[in-house]
Design a binder for this molecule. Structure first.
Ligand code: COA
Length: 332
């Protein structure tokens, strides 16, 4: 089985920064509460741009880093759970703005696991030979879905985009993905349709009032403790399973880039896996949780710092709403 080569990486985050003190101006909260429980000091917020515009910038950075023109891309896969449009797919908007006129386009949504899903799909398309140069973008505007009166949720999330350009290689690649749909109510954001369909039976208990209250209907809803517990197990299990498939133990990994949900989740899972903490990269302190964009943004930081080196065994691991989880180990 073939693997993938990362030809280039890119990222983008908006200029506006909301640090923990900014949140204590609008909520009964403080840096003293937030930082020790989450590891977050600040997050970037897209106050004046749509989600796809961040994706465009990350994609352009990745193409430049790869030394490829947009016309050379023949497939764009975008991961987002915070799209600007129901349709078209955000990948089509990105295609238009970067000028990738030869690319097929589609989006995936497995929430915070989305980048893993998108890279895994890209790997399969590359392996089949159907496509040659695949652009994967993860772009998320979580600020659009937050209830800024809910201090246990809104403080966690920020906005950003990350991208990679991928090509087939003969290097080793293993992946693992799973979902626990039974647990979906632990973390969700429901579409709120203001339909004027005259045939609807307004008295029926449709999904609009089944899951949450009127006040919450446009926003992310989560059971923080349930998600926390799930996330520790999901991260450690996903890494263990893919490491076994790869034929190594987790301690033999050179670099692990986990989804950045909470520093304590990452620390606990790292301990359970027996991995030395300095091999596990985090940027949550200054980025917050940017859903599926967390991993490619971190990958871009590491790549540009020269810390992703040939011969390394690189592990990417994600988890999130669904509930979903996924992991990849690849030879760089
Ligand atoms: N500032 C001050 N107090 C806060 C607060 C904040 N930002 N958020 C919650 N609190 C308070 C609560 O109101 C509650 O007070 P009470 O005991 O007087 O009612 C108390 O702190 C405990 O709240 P709880 O929600 O039980 O906190 P927690 O210990 O579970 O921590 C999270 C909350 C969100 C930090 C934690 O559950 C978590 O990180 N979960 C994972 C969420 C996640 O990562 N989601 C995305 C996954 S991809």
């Amino acid at each position: 089985m073939s693997g993938i080569e990362i030809l280039g990486t890119g990222s983008y985050f908006p200029e506006f920064v909301a640090d923990n003190d900014k949140f204590s101006e609008i909520l009964d909260t403080s840096d003293e509460w937030i930082f020790p429980r989450t590891g977050i000091k600040q997050r970037h917020i897209a106050v004046d741009m749509p989600n796809y515009a961040m994706g465009v910038k990350a994609a352009e950075n990745a193409l430049e880093n790869a030394g490829l023109s947009a016309e050379e891309i023949d497939l764009i896969i975008v991961s987002t759970c915070t799209p600007d449009f129901f349709y078209p797919a955000m990948s089509c908007l990105i295609q238009k703005h970067i000028g990738a006129k030869n690319a097929a386009c589609f989006d995936v949504n497995s929430a915070c696991t989305g980048f893993i899903t998108a890279v895994d799909i890209a790997h399969k398309f590359l392996e089949s030979g159907a496509h040659k140069n695949v652009l994967v973008v993860a772009s998320e505007k979580l600020s659009a879905q937050q209830d800024y009166t809910d201090r246990a949720s809104c403080i966690l999330f920020g906005d950003a985009a990350g991208a990679v350009v991928l090509r087939k290689s003969e290097k080793k690649f293993c992946s693992f993905m799973g979902a626990e749909g039974d647990e979906f109510e632990a973390l969700y954001c429901k579409v709120h349709y203001e339909s004027n369909c005259p045939f609807y039976d307004k008295d029926k208990d449709y999904y609009n009032n089944r899951f949450d209250t009127f006040a919450k209907q446009n926003y992310l809803v989560q059971d923080g403790k349930a998600v926390y517990k799930f996330a520790v197990n999901a991260m450690s299990n996903a890494v263990s399973v893919v490491a076994k498939d790869f034929g190594i133990s987790p301690e033999e990994l050179d670099l692990v880039i986990p989804h950045q949900a909470n520093l304590r989740i990452i620390a606990k899972a790292t301990e359970l896996l027996g991995i030395t903490p300095d091999k596990v990269y985090t940027n949550i302190e200054y980025m917050g949780n940017v859903s599926s964009a967390c991993i490619p943004v971190a990958l871009d930081e590491l790549n540009r710092a020269g810390r992703v080196k040939p011969g390394m065994k690189l592990c990417l691991v994600g988890f999130g709403a669904g509930l979903t989880f996924g992991s990849i180990i690849m030879d760089v």
